[in-house]
Design a protein around this ligand. Sequence first.
Ligand code: HEM
Length: 421
Amino acid sequence: MFMAQQSKIDFKQILDHSHIANPYPLYEQFRETPVALQEDGSYVVSTYNEVVALLHDPRVSSDMRKSAAQQRAMQQAEQKRAQMKAQGQPVTEPEEIVPPFIFQDPPNHDRLRRIVMSQFTPERIENMGSHIDQIVKEHLDKHAQGGQIDIVDDLAYPLPVTVICQLLGVPREDEVRFHAWAELLATVLDPGQVQSEEQQKQIMDASMQIREYMGQLLQKLKEHPDDSMLSGMMQADDVDGAMSPRELISTAILLLIAGHETTVNLITNGTLAMVRSPELLEHLRQDPDLIITYVEELLRYDPPVHFRTRTALADITIAGTTIPKGATIILVLASGSHDDQRFERPEEFIPNRQDNEHLGFGSGIHYCVGAPLARIEAHIALGELSRRLIEPTLAVDPPPYRDNAALRGPRHLSINFKGLK
Ligand code: HEM
């Protein structure tokens, strides 16, 4: 067994909002200790090869219920209920929730993912192209006179919401209802977020309300099937069995949230990079095809998803450190994508970078199912912005960021510009 190395810096610093505008210097310090033990017993993994190895390791679980910390919490809750029962107090048994497949392991993960993929066909996504183009134009044309635009509220948020709603078959006008639930549930991905009991209660409430909403919507689709993805998933079969009603609900919620809480940040970060650098903007205008490698470089250099959490199902020795069974592992994808052992000049934004196997969409069995959709949305939105904005400048730099270090991106991005081409 190898000794665990305590990191010189604490992961809490990454969660601290004061570093959110630029966490990359902290990641560089972390990479000096590729697998670093934290005070709370978790392990932070920050170098490319180690992150990739663990993403592909079957001894590493995505099911949070298997972590030692979660097992302890469940045991304590069970003991508390037993005590209350013994004292004759009323006890509510916890409702069994099926975790979305991003938080499941094979074989069930693979069955649910196969059913989703059977509906997420390349044709379906390609057919969305002209629609995405139209939505982008409609949003931008409202600002033809120039002045100020908030890229988040006026384009980067509404675009992916409209697209994912249309694909799934969720009424767009319901966005006002699920927006707050989605934002709260996205904070579950950030280990620094859920602290107070009050916050936990809010998340539980949001989870209950969104499940109720989705349950009603799926019931309507069952009575009146249409050509949407949700309807397709409901009817799809698999060699290992169709989706149960509970699985349908949790999968639908996952797709709805993952479909927009991330893409908003890709489009916003992409706009930020081009407005910060007039040279880069000019480069994109001269060579519109550059947008393809530009978006890949964004996913490496300033990605929407910074880290993902896993659990060790066995003692795992990696980079000279043994991660014990049950430990929580934090895989810092965004740090791996800045590793100079893997990428040349990683701290430079190179819009036509060729060797770019970044970790922006993860790697291994949980690789992002929405990657082709996110790419199309970003190509069209960022292509249009680079072509049409006349003399854009940032109103505030750095912009204000959302309080979420895992799904990281600006809350607003105000840009002054002279008009549209
Ligand atoms: C998984 C990033 C857009 C649905 C992932 C993972 C990453 C990621 C890093 C891997 C998670 C892990 O290993 O635990 C992103 C980024 C996006 C984006 C950066 C936008 C720029 C989307 C969209 C959808 C989507 C548009 C759906 C329409 C999913 C789902 C998974 C996933 C369902 C889980 C896959 C599995 O567990 O097998 N995404 N995503 N994502 N993404 Fe995305």
